[in-house]
Design a protein around this ligand. Structure first.
Ligand code: C2O
Ligand code: CU
Length: 500
């Protein structure tokens, strides 16, 4: 016999050895060959809330090119409840624009509304010409006109888009949508991921939108909320989940005034990121506050008996008079567990990110105070350093300068403060970053408290807005600009609100 392997049992032994060797090689493969994350959710798990995506018409893998049209459309927010809303591409919210970090995004925007409008890319570090602010970065896009937005998306996270013309009215009427900038190598490793847009809208029994000026000055100070609370444009949708299995929810609050204080029957939220991407490390919490404009990137692992339903609720949160009085908890979404046995062991990667805070040494102090003086002639106005935006002169920053802002909220309402074009880092009295470090572009400043942050105006000269993202407050005076570098400097042209 010239070869012992002709014996059947020896062949089995040799084959087994080969298989073992191959699997050993597979197990030794380098870290970059990461296995795809396991999906646990049932088919169609997020169909109850999934948003349409804006089709990418550009074959170049590094360019995303989409068409967005602002137009009136009849939308159904609950069975039998329709409203003629202001929409992007006929949907509420507008379509999800999906990009990868570093992509070039081209948006062909057409305005088919009767009113002028623009698109602002909330949170994205765009050049000033793409910031969508009328009179500062572009002319308003009038009825029948178009504008092409074209910029790079430099940072992975969830962002959103909305008008910057009569924002309280236009956002309240339905103009907002999510922009997702993904990073395939973010290391999060959760396959079942969805994007959740929280908002509200107000309309009457005839389906007519609630007047953006309703309640006059008092409505402005309170911050008008729509009575229909929406999750991706729907009333109380259902998402399916397998008990114990992780889902990644990327959440944005696009409401013009409403805060969302989320509770999933006391279950734990693992917060992995916020406005400007991943946190330095993840944190855990049983309740999650998302104020207008903010984004949260969270992992939920709903637990319960197979087949059980969990309710996601918006709890009462006191952001000022009227926000908890005579109000009730809202049930906003159902998480329906499948009948499969619970997943008990899942190894989630440890989320971590190296973040270098802006340098404290040499940072220029910038004191800011928000006030709401007593009414004059039945009219209220918010002020920043003593003036409402229509009397304000720009704050100044040199290109490359780091500033240490101290923002004192001397009013009896919370204000989610938003800065265009730059991320900032929230710090304590001494300038030490709050832990874990994370980049923010919107931070809530509770009533009668002070927030502090460091920001480096590293590049992109221009006139950048900052304002409260309760858009009624912004229009009521709580808005201003930062002039970064020498130009282009412009006056913004938001009209002075009508006195009621
Ligand atoms: Cu979402 Cu001027 O902002
Ligand atoms: Cu405010």
């Amino acid at each position: 016999m010239f070869c012992s392997c002709h014996s059947p049992w020896k062949r089995v032994v040799i084959l087994t050895a080969v298989v073992l060797a191959l699997s050993w090689i597979a197990a030794q493969s380098p870290a970059w060959a990461q296995p795809a994350a396991t999906s646990y959710a049932p088919a169609g798990w997020d169909a109850g809330l999934k948003l349409p995506e804006a089709p990418d018409t550009n074959p170049d893998p590094n360019i995303v090119e989409v068409h967005i049209t602002a137009k009136m459309a009849e939308v159904e927010v609950a069975p039998g409840r329709t409203v003629r809303a202001w929409t992007y591409n006929g949907g509420l919210p507008g379509p999800l624009i999906r990009t990868k970090v570093g992509n070039r995004l081209i948006v062909h925007f057409v305005n088919e509304l009767d009113e002028p409008t623009t698109i602002h890319w909330h949170g994205v570090r765009v050049p000033i010409e793409m910031d969508g602010v009328p009179g500062i970065s572009q002319e308003p896009v009038k009825k029948g006109e178009s504008f092409t937005y074209d910029f790079i998306v430099p940072d992975a996270s969830l962002y959103w888009y909305h008008p910057h013309v009569m924002s309280a009215a236009q956002v309240g009427y339905g103009l907002y949508g999510p922009l997702l900038v993904e990073d395939a190598n973010d290391g999060v490793g959760v396959a079942d991921t969805t994007t959740i847009v929280l908002s509200d809208i107000g309309f009457d029994s005839k389906g007519t939108l609630e007047d953006a000026e309703s309640g006059g000055s008092a409505g402005m100070v309170f911050g008008r909320e729509g009575s229909y609370v929406l999750v991706n444009g729907r009333t109380r949708p259902t998402i399916k989940a397998r008990a114990g299995a992780p889902q990644r929810w990327r959440i944005v609050n696009t409401a013009k005034s409403r805060f969302f204080y989320l509770d999933l029957e006391g279950q734990e939220w693992t917060v992995i990121g916020q406005d400007g991407g991943l946190q330095a490390r993840s944190t855990k919490s049983n309740i999650l506050l998302i104020t207008p404009g903010e984004r949260y990137d969270v992992i939920v692992r709903p637990t319960g008996k197979p087949g059980a339903e969990l309710t996601l609720r918006a709890m009462l949160y006191n952001r000022g008079y009227g926000s908890i009085e005579y109000r009730s908890v809202e049930e906003i979404m159902t998480v329906a567990l499948t009948n499969e046995p619970a997943v008990t062991k899942v190894d989630l990667p440890v989320v971590s990110r190296t973040i270098t805070p802006p340098p404290l040494a040499g940072a220029t102090p910038v004191p800011v105070v928000f006030t709401l003086p007593p009414q004059e002639a039945g009219h209220s106005e918010f002020r920043i350093n003593g003036v409402p935006y229509w009397k304000a002169t720009p704050f100044k920053a040199k290109l490359g300068e780091t500033q240490f802002w101290t923002v004192k909220n001397d009013t009896d309402w919370d204000h989610p403060f938003h800065l265009h074009g730059y991320f900032f880092m929230v710090v304590d009295e001494k300038g030490a970053p709050l832990q874990p470090m994370v980049w923010k572009d919107t931070v809530n400043i509770p009533m009668k408290t002070t927030a502090r942050f460091l920001v480096t105006f590293d590049e992109r000269p221009g006139t950048w807005m900052m304002h409260c993202h309760i858009l009624d407050h912004a229009e009521g005076g709580l808005m201003g600009t930062v002039q970064v570098g020498d130009g282009p400097a412009t006056e913004h042209t938001h009209p002075v609100p009508k006195k009621p």
